[in-house]
Design a protein around this ligand. Structure first.
Ligand SMILES: O=CN(O)CCNC(=O)c1cccc(Cl)c1Cl
Ligand code: NI
Length: 187
């Protein structure tokens, strides 16, 4: 079971490496890893388990954060619509790729955080508002999905990780809270 001890922190060069594509269909080992990554996210969002296991909450996780330089990400984005309590996006993506993205940009009003960053880094992380992502699932099936708003932001944060990019690389150092016209703020 993945715990915080398995997550590497800033300074570990793996976080700045470009991760390697994995064979498709994924090996049994990579399927197991993906399942453990998704389970970690679910545990981190369960108040009892998070407390018990001392987990920081997460809605996404990338294999490089476990010092595994492979292009595998997991996302478990809870639904923000009380009418639809089931998760809005919960999956493991193998070799994810952004095929296209909107010109329109978006950011989370409260900024972003990262389990590999043991500090608050204030500022807007401006990203594409909508993306089209291709990926393979655990069975080796190809998928192409269009994502928007929070889901799109999270997947971009994770795909950044497999490309050695940290969320604060996108923050405007001169004025972290500067927003150009037209950037959608997601709360
Ligand atoms: O790479 C994944 N993590 O570091 C897990 C912890 N961070 C989050 O869950 C998180 C928090 C805020 C905004 C975004 Cl976009 C994300 Cl992803
Ligand atoms: Ni992160």
């Amino acid at each position: 079971m993945i715990t915080m001890d398995d997550i590497i922190r800033e300074g570990n060069p793996t976080l700045r490496a470009v991760a390697k594509e994995v064979p498709i269909p994924p090996t049994a080992e990579d399927v197991e890893l993906g399942n453990e990554m998704l389970q970690f996210l679910k545990n981190s969002q369960d108040p009892v388990k998070a407390e018990e296991l001392h987990l920081r909450g997460g809605v996404g996780l990338a294999a490089p954060q476990l010092d595994i330089s492979k292009r595998i990400i997991a996302v478990h984005v809870p639904s923000t619509d009380p009418e639809k309590p089931e998760s809005s996006l919960s999956t493991v993506m193998y070799n994810p790729k952004v095929l296209s993205h909107s010109v329109q940009e978006a950011c989370l009003g409260e900024g972003e955080g990262c389990l590999s960053v043991d500090r608050e880094v204030p500022g807007y992380v401006v990203r594409a508002a909508r993306i089209t992502v291709s990926y393979f699932d655990a069975e080796g099936e190809a998928h192409k999905v269009r994502l928007k708003n929070y889901e799109a932001i999270v997947v971009q944060h994770e795909i950044d990780h497999i490309n050695g990019i940290m969320f604060y690389d996108h923050i405007n150092d001169q004025n972290p809270l500067h927003l150009k016209d037209g950037v959608l703020v997601i709360d």
